[in-house]
Design a protein around this ligand. Structure first.
Ligand code: GDP
Length: 451
């Protein structure tokens, strides 16, 4: 939804289960008119709260029977949104759904919900904090087990508890800082001042350590970034296609075909990864190709893992390719079907650690995929506990750290207190405790209707 209109008095409805034909579809209705709407739809005796009851659903204008549905009522505030809610479990056919949604509209008492409007109401009624609301979106969108776990941890309050904990500690410190202000003429013991500063420093460090895992959270959520690099014709596009099991990159015998970066999201051994196929690295007079090479080298710096593909039939490793290889690089020898691993590979790398494969025959692919997912697992396992998952979180954490740094350095207790207050506010913004309006739209914009 666009966020500007959200009249809590209105009753809203939407399909809350997935689109497309299915055995059952769940239509959710929320707002003060829920019971009147049920009556208009022919549910004359209201079902006992939280018990399913079978009812005919009628067209409110013609009384024609539209479907048989299981109806469940959740009177507010003990419902998902905190308002009166009803769920209609109808048959999941397109025509049934269209008829039931039209019937809801024809009651004249409700309108179609906007994106994320149910969850937004839940937030506004204090049912969940903003990080939990975001986690619902992530749970629904999760494609891999890691994404599901991350989202569930956040939904369970992993992030919110952490931030609320720091917030209360800082609020407690504000008490001390204010005592310093009130009693500044009376020479409060220095020890108190040191205690406050020490605590500020300690909390600041915890926020910094936590912020350092932010990139990781975003990587799990959106896909662990892996780039495929190498000389032209090494077989990068072929490898990408093989991994994605569909033709995404152009495979061609003309060197320099992949001129831009091609990105594909996939599930690799249980992890969501974003793999980028890049232009073959070589010096080129062609301006466009040279730009592609530049982008490939730039991307190499931002990938969490680089795969450098070496052509088994090539006599040397070009210098420019060699330069992108570092500790975050997995080197793989391709075209194993054409012959053994060239001798020079052993001169540069420990051949035990260099996997070989054939992108043409698929030989060695399985081992290669398990090596990659093993590396991803090691990188992700370095972090336990809740991690920030959005840029929004990262920005507020940075604001908090900046404010605490200023507080730590402040000469006057008044200034320190003001900065601690700003730090408190920055943390509160993440969970939605303060200044919420400006962040609400960003959070709920990406939701789909029915959530
Ligand atoms: P890129 O320029 O690195 O993306 O390389 P491509 O994937 O476009 O492949 C270049 C050429 O090598 C194509 O003709 C592919 O069919 C061929 N090729 C790729 N992988 C293999 C392989 O494992 N074995 C053999 N024999 N040829 C391959």
């Amino acid at each position: 939804m666009d966020g500007s209109v959200n009249i809590l008095g209105e009753t809203i409805y939407a399909l809350s289960s997935g689109a497309g034909a299915a055995g059952v579809a769940v239509v959710r209705v929320s707002g003060p008119q829920v019971d009147s709407i049920l009556e208009l739809l022919g549910v004359s005796t209201l079902p006992v709260p939280r018990y399913a009851a079978l009812h005919n659903i009628l067209n409110p204008k013609t009384s024609e029977i539209l479907d048989q549905a299981l109806v469940i009522r959740f009177p507010g505030p003990g419902s998902f949104t905190g308002e009166d809610v009803a769920e209609l479990h109808i048959h999941g056919g397109e025509a049934v759904l269209t008829a039931v949604l039209a019937a809801l509209r024809d009651t004249g008492l409700a309108r179609m919900a906007g994106n994320g409007e149910f969850t937004r109401r839940a937030f506004e009624n204090g049912k969940l904090d903003l990080t939990a609301a975001e986690a619902i979106g992530d749970l629904v969108a999760s494609r891999t087990d890691e994404q599901r776990k991350l989202a569930l941890r956040q939904y369970d309050g992993g992030l919110a508890d952490l931030y609320e904990g720091w917030r209360s500690e800082l609020i407690a410190l504000l008490g001390y800082a204010e005592a310093e202000i009130d009693f500044s003429d009376e020479d409060l013991p220095d020890a108190l001042h040191h205690l406050v500063v020490d605590k500020i420093v300690a909390i600041k460090q915890r926020v910094i350590d936590h912020s350092n895992t932010a990139l990781l959270g975003e990587q799990i959520r959106t896909g662990f970034p892996i780039s495929i690099l190498g000389a032209p014709n090494a077989g990068k596009s072929s490898l990408m296609n093989l991994l994605a099991r569909r033709d995404v990159a152009i495979v061609s015998e003309v060197a320099g075909t992949t001129r831009d970066v091609i990105e594909v999201q996939m599930n690799l051994g249980g992890y969501a990864v974003t793999i980028s196929d890049t232009a073959g690295i070589r010096d080129s007079d062609d301006e466009i190709e040279a730009e592609g090479v530049r982008r490939a080298e730039q991307l190499a710096q931002h990938s969490a893992l680089k795969i450098v593909v070496i052509d088994a039939a090539e006599p040397v490793l070009p210098d420019r390719v060699r330069r992108v290889i570092d500790t975050d690089t997995l080197v793989v020898v391709n075209k194993s079907d054409l012959g053994p691993v060239p001798v020079w590979v052993g001169d540069i790398f420990d051949t035990q650690e260099v996997p070989t494969l054939s992108a043409k025959t698929g030989d060695g692919l399985e081992e290669f995929v398990s090596i990659i997912s093993g590396l991803v697992r090691i990188k992700l396992a370095a972090y336990e506990g809740p991690v920030p998952t959005r840029q929004r979180h990262r920005e507020s954490l940075q604001e908090c750290v900046d404010a605490l740094k200023r507080a730590e350095a402040a000469v006057l207790p008044e200034l320190a207190a003001e900065d601690v207050r700003l730090a408190v506010r920055a943390l509160g913004r993440i969970t939605g405790r303060v200044d919420i309006d400006e962040v609400l739209d960003t959070v709920f914009r990406d939701f789909c209707i029915g959530k």
